[in-house]
Design a binder for this molecule. Structure first.
Ligand code: TC6
Length: 699
């Protein structure tokens, strides 16, 4: 094993290389190595200055997150950084790749920072449930001012080198790809007195702008949706103005430790690692992806056009096929509009948009245009017969080895694959709307899908910057099968006496961006109505059914798009208000069934909703539809608005204790029957005193 920190001297400048792949995280060995290297620099007659840089693809990307939650080992990072800052010889941080979290804090403790133009810096700690605990909340405001510190620290966003230069976070931006050369040149200038370095801890931060802090607090409270770390981070930044530097550092440390001990930190770290672990699937280990240099999309509606834009934005050429010229024109219009939106938001240059439209994007009305395409995604109407017909036709023209994907949110991918002579090449992709924005992609593996086709699905998702989750075939896969279940729990509560508005409010307070009834209004009530009709023939006769949504749909109220659903919408408004007529419909349905409404507390609402979700999730894992509990967590976090700081439903269940969840399900099943019967996996784990997390490690 190589030394995680190496010290050498080049022409009178000490070179301190951090070499801890893959991201040069600040493990205990790196912290100790840095401390030792700085001590050596101080006493080294051969060295007039020093450069700290990262070996490999990046500067230091932060603390070693795997050490979080365990007892912290010395030397502590703030002390190491204090030693760097106190060094009487100038020390330069040479940044490339990403300088994040503790990595940027190390750089802020140096006396100057140079960055390659491609580098990014940031303090993303709040996204992991903590705050910059090695001086970031005290040094960044001193270097870049309160407004920039509040922005960067509460959002955790990564800032490109050019913006970092404007904000004063770095002193110089250098072209090229050699951070060490840039660092050495700057260190020489400092040693020769041609440039001056600074100790950021010694800078006077100036007077506190009370209005600015009040403004950020109000804004952050709203956007954080129950997450505490951004609010606590503001307290820490404020200490930079209220207290002398050393006391501010102590205050930062105290707040950091509080957050480190919180459940929210555990939830957010789980989310971080789970989002990376979902890509570890047997097929990706067994096979290499096929090459995908061109994409075909069949169907240019909202979904098909969104998928096309996702691929185009990732640099892939797309051929979109529609049934006639008018539909092609419509699809072109949607694609252009989505690209224009990208330009307006600064995500895409005008030149790139023009290049996409003139060179990368083509359309056709004949499937023969897809004869040479590597991967074709069908995104036509969600109807089995229509999809089977598309696949029969595709089978007739697609080249050997082409991947044929169906974009579906619940249909049987085995049946679609069987319509072709090459089921091994057929796979399901469940994109979420808007497809060019939403991060989740369920990759649905049918019985005969080849391993390299699955591996290609995951490789494509990465290219599209999406999080892919592997799902097996069943009605609704992971996400919509869960949605369908917890929606039923919500409907039962409404029939029993809760109002949809109270349920929505209780779940927003839990941390969801919207409650289930507002989500239904947004998605369109007609879609779920069609699903209920489709499932009616195969429904378990023991299942309790609720007619309220059908009564609303029968009036032609399909949600936002018709101005009316569970809520009433002013023209063009996205937020609705409670509708007394809906309340009357609910009352009439209860009366017809002889139900005397009872009241629910918000806690009861959350408890039932989560019990239904966790129980169905346990079945999904047990059946192998999801590989592991963490795949369920990522599905709900990336596609369904589950509050990230709660880590996902399985992580939440572990925190509650599976025996507690089981007791609630047993109580509900005694009261309300079959729907609540506990999943055998849940019973087994609870009996063994185990957690869902114990199933996350595959052998
Ligand atoms: C902090 O610094 C607090 C300081 C206070 C101290 C008092 N630790 O994402 P990728 C692993 S908080 C340990 O696929 P990319 C990752 O799990 C921290 N491991 O690569 C994966 O492992 P696998 C602030 C880490 O090129 C592998 O590295 N810093 C860490 O797409 C590759 O990762 C952050 O929040 C880590 N810090 O993106 C930065 N980081 O192969 C978090 C990564 O076994 N990291 N790994 O699955 C990132 O945002 C990204 O990893 C990236 C690279 C942008 C650095």
């Amino acid at each position: 094993m190589t030394d995680p920190v190496r010290y050498s001297v080049q022409d009178g400048i000490a070179v301190i290389a951090v070499d801890n792949p893959p991201v040069n995280a600040l493990s205990q060995a790196v912290r100790a190595g840095l401390a030792e290297a700085v001590a050596r620099l101080s006493g080294d007659d051969q060295a007039r200055a020093g450069v700290i840089y990262g070996a490999g693809r990046t500067f230091i990307a932060g603390a070693d997150i795997r050490e979080f939650g365990k007892p912290m080992a010395e030397p502590f990072l703030p002390d190491v950084i204090a030693a760097i800052e106190a060094c009487e010889k100038p020390v330069v941080a040479a940044l490339h790749g990403t300088a994040l979290g503790g990595g940027l804090e190390v750089a802020l403790g140096c006396h100057a920072r140079v960055a390659l133009a491609s580098a990014k810096v940031g303090l993303p700690e709040v996204t992991l449930g903590i705050l910059p605990g090695a001086g970031g909340t005290q040094r960044l405001p001193r270097i870049a001012g309160a407004a920039a510190a509040l922005d960067l620290i509460t959002s955790g966003r990564h800032v490109a080198a050019v913006e970092a230069l404007k904000l004063g976070i770095v002193d110089a931006v250098v072209d090229g790809d050699d951070p060490l050369a840039a660092g050495l040149a700057h260190a020489r200038r400092l040693a020769d007195g041609e440039a001056t370095g600074r100790r950021s801890g010694e800078i006077d931060p100036g007077a506190k702008d009370e209005a600015l802090f009040a403004d950020w607090r109000a804004k952050t409270k709203k956007s954080a949706r129950g997450q505490i770390s951004p609010m606590v981070a503001i307290d820490a930044i404020e200490a930079a103005y209220d207290l002398p530097f050393n006391e501010g550092m102590a205050r930062e440390r105290e707040l950091f430790k509080e957050l480190m001990a919180s459940d929210q930190r555990a939830g957010l770290i789980h989310a971080f690692f789970a989002e990376r672990a979902v890509a570890k699937i047997p097929e990706a280990e067994a096979a290499s992806p096929r090459e995908v240099a061109s994409i075909g999309v069949i169907g240019g509606g909202t979904m098909g056009s969104g998928i096309a834009v996702a691929a185009l934005n990732a640099g892939l050429p797309v051929t979109l096929v529609e049934r006639d010229e008018a539909s092609v024109e419509r699809a072109r219009g949607i694609v252009s509009k989505l690209l224009d939106d990208g330009v307006r938001r600064g995500k895409l240059s005008e030149a790139r948009r023009d290049q996409i439209l003139s060179r990368d994007f083509s359309t056709a009305t004949d499937y023969s245009a897809l004869a040479e395409t590597d991967l074709v995604i069908e995104a036509v109407f969600e109807d089995m017969d229509v999809k089977k017909d598309v696949f029969r036709r595709l089978d007739g023209i697609a080249k050997a080895g082409a991947i044929l994907a169906t974009n579906t949110s619940y249909l049987d991918v085995n049946e679609i694959a069987a319509a072709t002579s090459r089921p091994q090449d057929v796979i399901g992709f469940h994109f979420f709307s808007p497809a060019h924005v939403m991060r989740l992609l369920e990759v649905v593996v049918a019985d005969k899908t080849a391993a390299d086709v699955v591996a290609t699905g995951f490789a494509l998702a990465k290219k599209l910057r999406k999080v892919a989750v592997r799902a097996g075939v069943c009605d609704g896969f992971i996400g919509n099968r869960l949605l369908n279940t917890y929606r039923k729990a919500a409907d039962y509560m409404v029939e029993d006496g809760a109002s949809p508005y109270q349920i929505d409010a209780a779940l927003v307070a839990f941390g969801f961006p919207m409650g289930p009834f507002a989500v239904s209004d947004l998605a369109g009530l007609d879609i779920a109505w069609a699903g209920r009709k489709r499932r009616a023939a195969t429904r378990d006769p023991r299942e309790r059914t609720v007619g309220i949504a059908d009564r609303i749909c029968e009036r032609g109220w399909f949600g936002q798009k018709t101005g009316r659903g569970y809520y009433l919408y002013e023209p063009g408004a996205r937020r609705g208000s409670p509708d007394p007529e809906v309340e009357a419909i609910i009352a009439a349905e209860r009366e017809a069934k002889g139900i005397v409404p009872r009241s629910f507390t918000d806690e009861e609402i959350v408890s039932r909703y989560m019990a239904a979700m966790i129980n169905e999730a346990a079945k999904i894992v047990e059946e192998g539809i999801a590989l592991r509990p963490l795949d369920v967590d990522v599905t709900m976090l990336a596609g369904y608005g589950f509050p990230r700081w709660r880590g996902g439903p399985m992580q939440y269940a572990d925190r509650l204790g599976l025996d507690t969840v089981l007791a609630e399900l047993r109580r509900l099943s005694a009261e309300d029957g079959f729907f609540w019967e506990p999943a055998p996996l849940l019973v087994r784990l609870a009996d063994e005193g185990q957690t869902f997390a114990s199933l996350n490690e595959r052998d």
